[in-house]
Design a protein around this ligand. Structure first.
Ligand code: ZN
Ligand code: ZN
Ligand code: ZN
Length: 211
């Protein structure tokens, strides 16, 4: 199955996951930029159809990456989080300059109902200095159909989020208390888990002609 496509947030064009990386490096790196960054591919560890590309200054620490991940697809009620790496101890105060192309980190959010995020360092890029993590590309939100009537779904039954089709449209969700625990459909690997209700809406893609 072909992966879910995404949008470049700098020019609006649509790409597959690999093509997006090549596009960002070819079209959007700024060799005269003074700020050295690591280019990161960020994916849901369980469902890689959730993906992002970001650049982050080499002087920034993993804690700023942690804050970004919470904002865009994790935060529900302030759970603990940590980074892990094979064969190496990592801490949130580690700087991005300590990581090289090819390094893979795992981010763990919530040690109860865990959501794991895979972070791969895919390049070194330069940009004009700006604050912290910059979102460069993101998968287009997936759509789901209601398990009762087949209409476009709006909610997930959080009590059964890992069942075959836990999705409901607005009508069916309201009729005869179909769901034990309804949460909104979100563009996040944490959809349906704990009390996750979605991102701060600053990360939603807005096509250039609709700005
Ligand atoms: Zn672009
Ligand atoms: Zn929670
Ligand atoms: Zn329905």
């Amino acid at each position: 199955m072909a992966g879910v496509k995404g949008n470049c947030y700098l020019c609006g064009k649509e790409f597959g996951k690999i093509a997006a990386k090549n596009h960002i490096i070819k079209e959007h790196s700024d060799p005269s930029g003074q700020e050295e960054c690591r280019l990161l591919l960020i994916e849901g560890a369980e469902d890689k159809n959730y993906w992002l590309y970001v650049d982050i200054p080499t002087s920034a620490s993993l804690s700023s990456l942690d804050r970004f991940l919470r904002k865009i697809w994790l935060e529900c009620c302030g759970h603990m989080s940590a980074f892990r790496m094979k064969n190496r101890k990592v801490g949130k105060s580690d700087k991005l300059e300590d990581f090289n192309v090819g390094d893979v980190l795992l981010h763990i959010y919530d040690f109860g109902s865990t959501t794991e995020t895979l972070i791969t360092v895919v390049g070194t890029v330069y940009r004009r200095p700006q604050r912290g993590v910059r979102l460069l590309a993101r998968n287009i939100p997936m759509t789901y159909t209601c398990c009762k009537c087949g209409a476009a779904a709006k909610y997930i039954d959080a009590a059964n989020y890992d069942s075959e089709n836990p999705f409901y449209c607005e009508n069916c969700a309201e009729s005869d208390n179909a769901l034990d625990f309804a949460l909104p459909i979100t563009n996040s690997p944490r959809m349906g888990i704990c009390a996750y209700c979605g991102e701060f809406d600053t990360f939603t893609f807005v096509p250039k002609d609709k700005e």
